[in-house]
Ligand binder design. Structure first.
Ligand code: IMP
Length: 425
């Protein structure tokens, strides 16, 4: 069975968790392919609210094998804490498999993430300070320590010795900090984390290819989103991995011809955390209302998200970059009380209109949105489950988005619960 990718098409927090969870009930494997515990997926099942950072969403479905792919960076303490919390709530975590080629987030990564942000001052990126960027930087510099190194004490110790020497020099000489204690790191990683993680470590590439050949259904779950992509996002205000569909291949080991469905999750309005350009950003009462109704605070960091209107220029680019085959539109109900709903169709830059995303960052910073205005539906959508029950104005809004994006909207989210959605297919 060809694999499916589900990914964010905006700046993250589109509500991917809920749709991934819904899709997970129909598949055999759910694979995280990039990012780390900078991600945060919230799933609501009845009175239970699950906030997942590293463990794939599929963990909540008893028949699914959740896989953490080679493209992910793992903080072992966070992973083990998450596994423990899930187990204590009655979830079977024994099926979890971790790629031996995934990289480990080490204590110096987190420390350097914090220090670099402080050093950058007003130019800071607004990272989650989880050590994600420094861990991926070490991976690219070929001094990263991988999950498989936990299985060999000698190799782990040798690698740590070499890399820590350099990191401690940087901490002391650049940032005037105390060096990190090598023995403490060795004790934590080899004596505490390694024995607990070892049974989960495996050749995930082999597992996935065998599963593919056996006709199993595989869902590749993106974290963050298209415009936080290291290559295609609003650099430098991006994360350090590739959430776009290409990253699903490199981060899992499946090839492009093994994927035939790409579900782009888009929120009915926009949010962004951290710094960076945001042409449709709102301020004042409308922004506050979106934050309040959409509960727009980071799952992980608690930071209030910036909010804005839906942006078709961004979305058209996301559809192209990811070969999106269908859109899952989330949180439409949040717009229920707005008498007018706006959608940016183009940008104006230096007096010229464009439908394309400016490739030059300085141009993008100057872009002003051109809006199409829709009369709001002013009705409660939270109980709507059928296409025919959607108010006329909401249907007009959805048809316009479909026509502009040239891909179908297959699902529309109308509330946080698992069953609060409308299937349009
Ligand atoms: P990092 O991934 O911690 O390095 O942060 C880089 C940028 O990505 C910052 O602007 C973060 O706010 C943003 N970011 C990282 N993870 C997420 C996420 O899951 N949702 C939304 N923004 C994120």
């Amino acid at each position: 069975m060809p694999a499916t990718v589900v990914l964010g098409t905006q700046w993250g927090d589109e509500g991917k968790g809920k749709f991934t969870d819904l899709l997970a009930s129909e598949v055999d494997f759910v694979v995280r392919y990039q990012g780390g515990h900078n991600a945060g997926h919230t799933i609501v099942i009845g009175d239970d609210r699950f906030a997942l950072q590293l463990v794939p969403t599929g963990i909540l479905n008893a028949h699914v094998v959740p896989v953490i792919g080679n493209g992910v960076v793992i903080d072992p303490k966070v992973l083990l804490d998450e596994v423990e919390v899930l187990s204590s709530r009655g979830i079977d975590t024994s099926r979890l498999v971790i790629s031996g080629s995934a990289h480990l987030i080490m204590p110096y990564h987190q420390e350097l993430d914090r220090l670099t942000e402080r050093y950058l001052g007003k130019n800071k990126l607004g990272t989650t300070k989880r050590g994600i960027g420094p861990a991926y930087a070490d991976k690219a510099s070929r001094i990263g320590i991988r999950v498989q190194d936990l299985l060999d004490e000698k190799i782990f110790s040798q690698k740590l010795e070499v890399v820590l020497k350099e990191k401690n020099q940087i901490l002391a000489k650049v940032y005037n900090r105390l060096p990190l204690d090598e023995d403490k790191i060795l004790a934590d990683y080899l004596d505490v984390y390694a024995p607990k993680l070892s049974p989960m470590i495996s050749d995930t590439v082999g597992i996935l290819h065998r599963a593919y050949k056996q006709g199993k259904e595989i869902l590749l779950e993106g974290a963050q989103a298209t415009f936080l992509d290291l290559d295609h996002g609003t650099y430098p205000f991006v994360t350090s991995s590739n959430p776009t569909a290409g990253g699903a291949c490199t981060g899992s080991g499946l090839g492009p011809r093994q994927i035939d469905r790409v579900i782009g999750v888009a929120k009915a309005y926009l949010t962004r955390v951290g710094a960076g350009p945001f042409p449709t950003e709102l301020e004042g009462e409308t922004a506050d209302l979106l934050v309040e109704r959409g509960f727009e605070f980071g799952t992980n960091t608690g930071r209030k998200r910036r909010t804005g209107w839906f942006d078709l220029v961004l979305l058209r680019q996301a559809v192209a970059l990811n070969s999106v085959s269908e859109i899952a539109l989330t949180k439409l109900d949040i717009l229920d009380v707005f008498p007018e709903v706006l959608v940016a169709t183009q940008y104006e830059v230096d007096g010229e209109r464009t439908s394309d995303l400016p490739y030059h960052q300085s141009t993008f910073h100057k872009a002003r949105p051109i809006y199409k205005r829709f009369e709001g539906w002013m009705e409660d959508l939270t109980k709507v489950t059928k296409k025919e029950e959607l108010p006329y104005n909401a249907r007009l809004y959805l048809s316009f988005l479909e026509e502009q994006l040239e891909v179908p909207i297959s699902m529309v989210g109308t509330g946080p619960e698992r069953d609060q959605f409308v299937s349009l297919r």
